[in-house]
Each structure stands twice: as C-alpha cells, then as structure tokens.
Design a protein around this ligand. Structure first.
Ligand code: ADP
Length: 477
C-alpha cells in the first residue's frame, strides 16, 4: 500500500471547469479502491460545493498568509479531501481561474504558488499530521511548482506530474519569481525559466520523477512542435520518464442503465429504448420530435481547441441534410454569438444551449445518435468515451486520446466487430463534412449502425485498468 498525496486545482463534484475535475475525482477513487492510502489536496474556493462534514484539520503560516486546512470527503466516496483555505487569495466567487470577463484572475501566480507551497509543507509532513506520502501526484500547471520545490528537500517523496493539457502552462512575468519568494536555484533555463517568463508547467516537467499524460498518442504528439508549445524539446529529452496512460471514465456516473438524468434507461440488450431519450431531448430543446433523422450532439467548451470553428463552417451545409444538431457549451463569446445566430436561422434543425448543464449533458449522450468531437488536439477527451458507452457514435479527429479510444468504421473493423465511430484526419471543415456524410450513410443502414452501437457499448472504459497502470508507475520509481 502506498501513501499518495494527489494535488489538483479541481475535483468533481466539488469544483469543475473541465475534464481535469472528472479525472481528479475518478482516479483517486479508483486508487483508493485498489487499497491505496490517498489524500486529495485542493484550494478551498468560495464556490466549492461540499456536502456533509467539513472539519478543521490544522493551520500553518506562509509569508504573511494564515492558512487553514479543512478535511472532507469527495461526495459519494470515502476519499479524503484536504481543502487549503487562504481567504486572502482565494476569495473570489465563480470560476477558479477566470473573472467574469473570462480573463485570468490578476493574482493567479500568487494564488497557485501559495497552494503549491502548502502542498509541499503537507508532503513533507511539516503540518504534523503524522502522514507523509510516498508519492506526490501533481496535475497540470496549477500544481507544477510542487515537484520543483520538493526537489530541494531531503528525504522527499517521489513525484509524478500529469499533463492534462499542454495548452495551459501557467506563464507569468519574471517579476513573479521575486514576489513569490521562490528559491533562486530554480530560476534557470533548465528550471522554471521559459523565454524569460516563469513557467509553472515547466516545474512539473523538469523536476518530477515521472511525467505522464492522458493518452499514448498525446504523449508522442507533445514531443513535436505542433503540440509542444515550445516545451517539445524538454519533453523529448525526458521521454524515458514520460508515459501516456489513457483516462478512464466514471462508469457509475455515466451508465445508461442507471442514469437519473435520462428519461428511459437502456443497455446493450435494450437499445431500442434509446429512442425515448431522443424524443425527450428533442422536446427539451424545442426541435421537431422525429426519430427518422439522425440527431447530432455536441458538448464542449466553445474554444478553438475543440474545432468549434470547423463546426460553424460546416453548419450551412449540414442544414441541407436531413439531420438535427443539439449543442451544449459555453466559452468564447464570438463562437457563442455565431452559433446563436445560426440557430435563429434554422430553428427546426439546430438547438444551441449556451450554459453549463450536467443534466442536459447526460440527456444529450443518451438521446443523440451521433456525437461530434472534431478537436484540433485532444489530450484524452471524455465525451467520446461517454458517447460509446451510450451507443452514440462519435465522429472524431485523429488526434490524442480520440485516436486511441475510437475505432474507425472500415470494412475490416465492421467485419471483426471493432468499429465504434468515424475518424477523420485533416483539421478543416471539408474533412469534417465528409465524415458527417459518412455517418449519415452508415446511419441509413440500420443493421450496420446497430452493430456499431453494440461494439461501442461493449468497450470497457472503466478506471480500473488505468489506475493499475498508475500504480505500476508509482512502483517503478
Ligand atoms: P476538456 O477537459 O478539454 O474540457 P473533456 O472532454 O476532457 O474536455 O471533458 C469535458 C467535460 O466537461 C466532460 O465531462 C463534458 O461533458 C463536460 N462539459 C463541457 N462543457 C459542458 C457544458 N456546457 N455542460 C455540461 N458539461 C460540459
């Protein structure tokens, strides 16, 4: 049994802005189920949604900040979560990283540097809990300074740093190094410096004992200029210590046979029941109730990464086809507006929901026939796995975790019952439209389509095997 301190800025359902929160909830649960002694540590934002007992654990002082640590559990689990409460810095409601205008909070460097320093104090048991981890597992830039700071400690725990998305690096002006009181030894071109800026993510990449990312394909991609954002050289240099482990999904949360958010439960033996969810979804989003046209779903942050611009470009052609689209997402204002304009032009074809809505997300997975995920890059991606579990055929671009989790429908993969989706290569609207047309053609053949659905629903995306790979990695250090 290992003692693991799991450091993250998001844990579902306490706080979530994206897939990071899902992973940082499911992986700790899976590791705990495998018998590990684990604590998750995260900031206590005002918008944190705790349920049940939250009690004071200890306090500490760093610079002139008084910090309290509270203990609770991740809801519906026995996983202990330690909440770092520093009201001086974490006093803003809403999104953990961005203000209401969508701009990063001005003191993000200070906020997450302090969080990292607290995590280091806990990792070295300087808070006297009589609990010192063997492994400190950090996630994304918000925790990137932890491996760097720990590298200076004697008798330190081993460190693992997981990259969930290279696009977010935590880059700050050089002045931060001084105002954050970071040790001078870390400030050099092999350390935290990145072209004259302070890079949090580089702390994780340069100093941790092992680096992981969330799919084998993405592990290769980030060693190339197109995906590495200037860190491809360092990643290639550390490639012996870099491994891709595909995320699992929470198979209780995402189970069409038990899902409380959908109108009719179904499984691989009762696939015909899925159409009731389609009708319910069409009613809910004010599209004509019609079982004969394929209903496309899309759930995503509306940002360029997700290929939303390609979808917008395709929409005028898509509406000429017998199909419907329901989209759920929010993000860049320009995408939100363009999508809403198109929905006003084609109210019988396109339904746009600019909100964050977990419950509608479940109904879309259950009710849609096809799921669109044309990402420019996708470290792992979750919705393509949820879709397969719900018998909703994903259309994905061949990148990152999408390439690793979806099997393209070709004569061979249909023959050996492995086809689960539709894959296209080039990141442009024409290629996406071709894939959409392929999906329409396949959909028109009921037997083929049903076989693809069955193949998809049989896939095992549970966390167990991924958690076992992480355990093997911990053991290998
Ligand atoms: P990323 O982490 O890059 O946003 P992922 O596919 O890994 O992408 O995870 C996204 C998660 O956030 C999924 O669980 C998805 O269902 C959810 N999600 C994104 N936007 C919304 C929304 N508007 N409403 C509900 N869930 C959403």
């Amino acid at each position: 049994m290992k003692k693991i301190l799991f450091v993250t800025s998001e844990v579902y359902p306490l706080i979530k802005t994206g897939g990071l929160a899902d992973v940082c909830s499911s992986l700790p649960k899976a590791l705990t189920e495998l018998g590990q002694d684990l604590r998750v540590i995260l900031p206590k934002y005002p918008s944190l949604k705790t349920v049940g007992d939250v009690h004071f654990l200890c306090s500490l002082r760093i610079d002139n900040h008084l910090i309290n640590i509270f203990e609770t559990t991740i809801p519906d689990s026995s996983v202990i979560a330690w909440l770092v409460d520093c009201p001086d810095l974490f006093n803003t409601e809403g999104n953990p990283y961005l203000d209401a205008q969508g701009l990063p909070w001005a003191n993000n460097a200070e906020r997450f540097a302090l969080f990292c320093r607290v995590a280091v104090e806990v990792a070295m048991d300087k808070v006297n809990r009589n609990w010192k981890p063997d492994i400190v597992h950090c996630n994304d830039w918000q925790s990137g300074l932890v491996p760097a700071l720990l590298s200076l400690e004697k008798n330190r725990p081993k460190t693992v740093f997981t990259i969930h998305n290279m696009a977010y690096q935590g880059l700050f002006p050089v002045q931060s190094v001084y105002s954050l009181n970071l040790p001078g030894q870390l400030w050099n071109p092999n350390g935290l410096e990145f072209h004259g800026m302070l890079s949090f993510i580089k702390g994780g990449i340069a100093y941790s004992d092992r680096i992981t990312t969330v799919s084998p394909t993405y592990a290769l991609e980030i060693q190339t200029p197109a995906y590495g954002y200037g860190l491809e050289g360092l990643l290639a240099h550390r490639s012996d210590y870099l491994v891709g482990i595909i995320n699992g999904i929470d198979t209780n949360e995402w189970n069409p046979d038990l899902d409380p958010h959908i109108s009719q439960h179904y499984n691989v033996h009762s696939l015909h029941e899925k159409q009731h969810n389609k009708a319910e979804l069409q009613r809910r989003v004010n599209l004509p109730v019609n079982n004969n046209v394929p209903l496309f779903g899309l759930i995503s942050r509306l940002v360029e990464q997700k290929g939303i611009d390609m979808v917008i470009e395709c929409l005028p052609d898509m509406v000429d086809l017998p199909m419907q689209l329901v989209l759920l997402g929010n993000g860049d204002k320009i995408f939100e507006q363009r999508l809403q304009n198109l929905a006003r032009l084609y109210p019988d074809k396109i339904a746009i929901n600019i909100v964050y809505d977990e419950s509608l997300a479940h109904l879309i997975e259950a009710g849609a026939d096809v799921f669109l995920m044309p990402s420019r890059f996708e470290p792992c991606g979750l919705n393509q796995m949820y879709s397969q579990r719900y018998g909703t055929i994903p259309i994905v671009r061949k990148t990152g975790g999408l390439a690793d989790t979806v099997v393209d429908t070709l004569p061979e993969s249909l023959a050996n019952h492995s086809a689960t989706g539709i894959i296209f290569k080039e990141a442009h609207a024409g290629a996406l439209l071709e894939a959409i047309k392929r999906a329409m053609l396949l959909y028109s053949n009921h037997t083929t389509w049903q076989q693809m659905q069955i193949n998809a629903m049989h896939r095992d995306f549970s966390w167990r095997s991924s958690a076992e790979q992480y355990l093997a990695l911990y053991d290998s250090i």
